[in-house]
Design a protein around this ligand. Structure first.
Ligand code: ATP
Length: 251
């Protein structure tokens, strides 16, 4: 579990995060949603240690991350898998080398052990045998799956995904969503997904936090989000004609 307590972050006069508190549960897909510029990425960066909050606490399984020294933080970071927008694969490395990269950086595993682990991860994302391809030789959906394989290569306890469906068609998005949900359950990971995609929220979001102007405005389940009377959420969820029509039909 990850617990955030009273976290605030400003850039000059721009008060981006205002006293955010929330718990992200283990074995669940926890989603952060909100308008562009509401502070989702800044929150995620504060939680993984890429930005320093002005105040507040971040606890990984009851351990205060912000108060840790560098060595302790590195130990926690080894347990965090990250899936960046666009995949962020290394173009000059093969698929296998990309997946083995965290193992090379953070473990003493032998090359043969790393290969075995890379093969396991490739199998899990249905890309067995694609080891020697370069990212440029793969599709956008495959690149996302390779990035997921890399993110789980260290058997993480925590997984952060920033817009995992960006740039994907609806069917491929569902494949990626299902993979994230299944891996979360199988490996009992505390998964945090930043998303704009209401389809993903409904499909795989176990628990959803809605940030509005830097505040934790609302939190609840994917079922609850469809029926809440909260105006700001309704403006966000039912922004598209499609969702409005769906709402009217279900009413
Ligand atoms: N390193 C930074 N320095 C200064 N301001 C920043 C920095 N990073 C983010 N901001 C500001 O923080 C605010 C929130 O940005 P953030 O990237 O968290 O939004 P977001 O909700 O993730 O948006 P999007 O959905 O468009 O990615 C914005 O006003 C942005 O300009």
């Amino acid at each position: 579990m990850i617990e955030i307590k009273n976290l605030s972050k400003s850039f000059g006069d721009n008060h981006v995060l205002k006293n955010i508190s929330v718990k992200f549960q283990r074995g669940k897909v926890n989603m952060i949603i909100g308008q562009s510029g509401s502070g989702k990425s800044v929150l995620a960066k504060c939680v993984v240690g890429l930005l320093k909050p002005d105040s507040g606490e971040v606890e990984y399984d009851n351990q205060d991350f912000i108060a840790m020294d560098l060595d302790e933080k590195i130990e926690v970071r080894k347990n965090i898998g990250m899936l960046f927008q666009g995949g962020a694969l290394f173009d000059s490395m093969t698929v296998e080398e990309n997946i083995m990269f965290p193992l090379t950086m953070f473990t003493d595993m032998k090359k043969s052990e790393m290969r075995d682990r890379a093969n396991e991860c490739l199998e899990r994302v249905n890309l067995a045998g694609k080891n020697d391809l370069y990212p440029a030789e793969t599709s956008g959906g495959m690149q996302k799956r390779i990035a997921i394989a890399r993110a789980i290569s260290m058997k993480p306890k925590y997984l952060f995904c920033d817009e995992p469906n960006s740039g994907l068609d609806p069917q491929t998005s569902i494949v990626i969503d299902n993979l994230i949900r299944d891996i979360t359950e199988e490996m009992d990971i505390t998964t945090v997904v930043i998303s704009h995609d209401m389809n993903s929220v409904i499909e795989i979001g176990d628990y959803i936090m809605f940030i509005y102007k830097g505040e934790n405005w609302w939190e609840g389940t994917s079922k609850e989000i469809l029926s809440t009377k909260n105006q700001e959420i309704n403006d966000f969820v039912y922004a598209s004609e499609f969702m409005k029509t769906l709402k009217d039909k279900l009413a």
